[in-house]
Ligand binder design. Structure first.
Ligand SMILES: [Zn+2]
Length: 307
């Protein structure tokens, strides 16, 4: 199974178009230790021919242009993208679908509530249901992936609910339970027929007992690396929201992901969905060194992993 990290940054990317924080300024200057990153997405193939993309970031067009494996192979119109699987309903995870509107047939998988959010939006009607069948991805039940014609893709996905929050645009001012788990945020276990498997959890508010039990002993986990500290965006004056309020666990601290994964005996731990405010996004910071000492890799765009 081959994985290509299409985008390793959180929403906004790195640098973010309207952000002048020190990190973004370094990326914009072309500083080699501040490598630009697009918004989080992943491509996976079991045959190096058909690809499933996990989340459709607003940068999907740029990601396809940067990834030869996702470009046309034969004929006048062609794409190796056979299916798309969404782990959340936020714009960061769905807007890229609009880039796939030129008559290409592929299957779209997502949880019921996310499919409903997409159906409720008239903009997404550019994806003709006849060409782009919507398929519900149930939780806690292995789902065999197939392309838009129903052809088997050799991949089984199991979705499970992780602590998260509702999509930003679906937030209701009357609600205060943003940390709730209602199926809006899911993690995935992705497996091939040779017994290789990994976890993709780009958004997660907390390593709950259930999440810990699932990933314990896994060979590979790609996990939410949004913020280093819960209040880093507030301290930097960027946004009046904590990580917890945004549905993202912090990397550092006693409640953070480094601590939570410490005893879980995961073979390879990779941070994805890294926000531009997170100091570990830079190659030369003490925070990056600390993450690496704890056995983590900070993903970058174009990074490939062979399982
Ligand atoms: Zn920034």
């Amino acid at each position: 199974m081959k994985l290509i990290i299409l985008g390793a940054a959180a929403g906004g990317g790195f640098p973010q178009w309207n952000c002048a924080c020190a990190n973004c300024a370094r990326a914009r200057r072309g500083d080699p230790a501040a490598r630009p990153r697009t918004q989080a997405a992943l491509a996976v193939s079991v045959n190096n021919s058909d690809y499933v993309i996990f989340n459709a970031s607003p940068d999907l067009r740029e990601q396809i242009l940067a990834t030869p494996a996702l470009q046309p192979r034969s004929g006048l119109r062609d794409s190796p993208i056979a299916a798309a699987v969404l782990t959340g309903g936020d714009v960061d995870f769905t807007a890229g679908l609009l880039n796939l509107r030129e008559g290409h047939r592929f299957a779209l998988y997502a949880g019921r509530r996310i499919l409903d959010l997409i159906e409720d939006s008239r903009i997404f009607r550019v994806l003709d249901g006849g060409l782009v069948p919507r398929r519900e991805l149930p939780v806690d039940m292995p789902t065999r992936l197939a392309d838009g014609m129903g052809r088997d893709l050799g991949m089984t996905v199991e979705a499970f609910v992780v602590p998260g929050k509702v999509a930003l645009y679906a937030e209701d001012a009357s609600r205060t339970d943003f940390g709730s788990s209602e199926g809006d945020t899911i993690g995935l276990r992705i497996a091939d027929d040779a017994g290789k498997a990994f976890f993709y959890i780009p958004g997660c508010a907390r390593v709950s007992a259930d999440v810990a039990a699932r990933v314990r002993g896994a060979g590979l986990v790609l996990f939410d690396g949004t913020l280093w500290r819960d209040n880093e965006m507030i301290e930097a004056g960027l946004l009046p929201k904590t990580g917890a309020r945004m549905g993202h666990i912090s990397v550092s601290g006693p409640e953070g992901s480094i601590a939570a994964f410490a005893g879980l005996e995961v073979g390879r731990k990779v941070f994805v969905h890294v926000n531009n405010s997170n100091p570990m996004i830079l190659d030369d910071t003490p925070e990056r060194a600390e993450a690496e000492r704890a056995g983590w890799t900070v993903a970058h765009d174009g990074m490939e992993i062979e399982l």
